[in-house]
Ligand binder design. Structure first.
Ligand code: NDP
Ligand code: OXD
Length: 308
């Protein structure tokens, strides 16, 4: 039996070394290895092009190289296979760092100052105390909690929203669709760290954005289809919302005429909020293969019925 790795050659070099060292009985192959696919039990991949999974007749487990698994369309995922998302420290710390940076940039009006710089305008926009800034995080999983832990020392008033109620020290936690309006109403800076599912698609729409406080800002680091792009533009152009930092869009990359490329109140980054670190992510998958062999639950096993 073997494992096939479908990612960059740079990552493959590091993963291959980890597997050789820690799991020497499992041959490590890259996707361009043309030998028979009949002995492949494990597949590591981010992309899921049509026909990929079917080309491995004895596949047992698919490991995503990312936290999100929407590209595998969990609702229709073959039920004889297990799907495992990535939970690893490098991905979480990258996200924590990015969200902290984004929140600080928005809170300290950096998008407005960049605009002022282009206009050669020299004007102080004031500084509110951190305790007067309410940061709300949608999605209280691995990413959301890492982001909150990074934000906490800054003194912001923190809140969060999830499907099931969570308890996180220092964070006012809200749960379920019925508590969404109250959560949104108390978020001066809203951070989206939800997975993309049938329930969360389009959640950042005009109706929900209108519940945010006047002048609120958005950090969109979930998935492109969470956001109705035109509704964000309308909210920014009308002055209801202040500014946004958007890292994810649908499709990626967006067309050259997409308004986010040039909107003065949007800072757009090319899906770079976080990514896996090669050695630690290899170790997580190795640990999961050992768990699978021992019939123990794998870390990050996706619940196909809920879609994340
Ligand atoms: P987790 O599965 O650990 O956490 C998901 C969280 O979202 C949980 O708290 C869950 O609630 C909540 N949630 C799911 N559905 C709903 C819903 N319908 N209503 C309210 N809350 C909901 O995922 P991660 O934290 O690891 O990752 C989250 C997402 O972050 C990824 O799916 C991906 O979209 C994005 N991401 C983006 C990256 C980037 O570079 N831009 C990098 C990595 C991730 P509950 O606690 O009740 O289960
Ligand atoms: C992820 C991502 O889901 O990078 O890990 O977007």
């Amino acid at each position: 039996m073997s494992i096939v790795f479908n990612s960059s050659s740079e990552r493959a070099r590091i993963w291959s070394a980890r597997f050789t060292q820690l799991l020497p009985d499992l041959p490590f192959r890259t996707i361009d290895d043309r030998s028979s696919r009949a002995d492949v039990e494990f597949l590591v991949t981010w992309k899921n092009p049509p026909g990929l999974l079917e080309s491995f007749p004895n596949l047992k487990v698919v490991f995503s190289t990312g936290a999100g698994v929407d590209q595998f369309e969990p609702e229709g995922f073959p039920d004889h296979l297990k799907l495992v998302r990535m939970i690893e420290p490098g991905l979480s710390s990258g996200m924590a760092e990015f969200v902290l940076m984004a929140v600080l940039m928005l809170r300290r009006d950096m998008i407005a100052y960049a605009e002022q710089q282009r206009r050669k305008e020299w004007k102080f926009l004031g500084i509110r105390p951190a305790t007067a800034t309410r940061v709300g995080v949608m999605g209280l999983g691995e990413m959301g909690q890492a982001a909150l832990a990074a934000l906490a020392p800054m003194g912001f008033a923190l809140s969060g929203w999830s499907r099931n109620r969570r308890e996180i020290a220092g964070v006012s936690c809200h749960a379920g669709i019925e508590e969404l309006p109250h959560f949104l109403g108390g978020s001066d800076i809203l951070v989206c760290l939800l997975p993309l599912t049938g329930e969360t698609r389009g959640i950042l729409n005009a109706a929900n954005l209108s519940l945010l406080p006047q002048g609120a800002c958005l950090v969109q680091v979930g998935r492109g289809p969470h956001l109705v792009d035109a509704d964000l533009i309308a909210a920014l152009d009308s002055g209801r919302l202040g500014a946004a930092l958007v890292d994810v869009l649908e499709p990626e990359p967006p067309a050259p005429e997409h308004p986010f490329w040039s909107h003065p109140r949007i800072l757009y980054t090319p899906h770079v909020a976080s990514t896996i670190q090669p050695a630690s992510s290899a170790d997580v998958v190795i640990e999961n293969i050992l768990r699978f062999r021992r019939n123990e639950p794998m870390i990050g096993l996706v619940d196909l019925s809920r879609g994340y």
